[in-house]
Design a protein. Sequence first.
Length: 274
Amino acid sequence: MSGTLHGKVAFITGAARGQGRSHALRLAKDGADIIAADICRPIDSVPYPLATEDDLAETVALVEQLGRRIVASVADVRDKAALANACDRGATELGGVDIVVANAGIAPQQSRERDRDAVFADVLAVNLTGVFNTVEVTRERMITQGRGGSIVLTNSTAGMKAVGGSSGAGIGYTASKHGLVGLMRQYAVLLAEHNIRVNAVHPTGVRTPMVVGNAALAEALADPSNMGNSISNLLPIDMLEPEDISNAVAWLVSDESRYVTGVSLPVDAGLAIK
């Protein structure tokens, strides 16, 4: 454990598995205690299984094995009150919030949508409004604490170029991720006077349950009228590992990046310039 985040508390959404769990473990290894939140139930428009309470319990066990404290809650980022309760519960027990990783997101791209409008609305609700809710329930506490902090928004290469495809989900995904760039920049301006930095990380495809084994996404990717070859990487690698993104997050929340704010950081194997 490097101890670079010793004494810090990190609030992470979508922490039950995938990138969220990876971020929790990396920041715990660096010395942070963790407040973890995840929906832990399905969303009707999402064609792949979402995390479960057992997944969240596994994240808790893995963080505790690293000798760090963790407070986990089942909370939907679309439900601002539930998210606030999760944050408040963890912050009260662990001693505040210094780091926020707004990681929860969905990618329900599919070739045959039952309700295009509903899928579009769900993607924006989770990927954009959910991130807004996450920052909103943490920022006043961080300001009041007076000890600065770092907020990282999980974006995508779809926040840098139009790679989402023609489905309602794909259009919503690109729109939500482009919206996150504006959200990140605006919060960076608003919170700078409090020494709270706000940045975004933009991954290409990552080897997580949202991508691996997602038959609906695979079908959408194979459909040339939908997504086609729009998300192939420049470097000779098909997907990144969650740890590759966690490395970037760990840097963005550390003092090594203490003067970095308002930045979109691609971790994309060159996809954005292809």
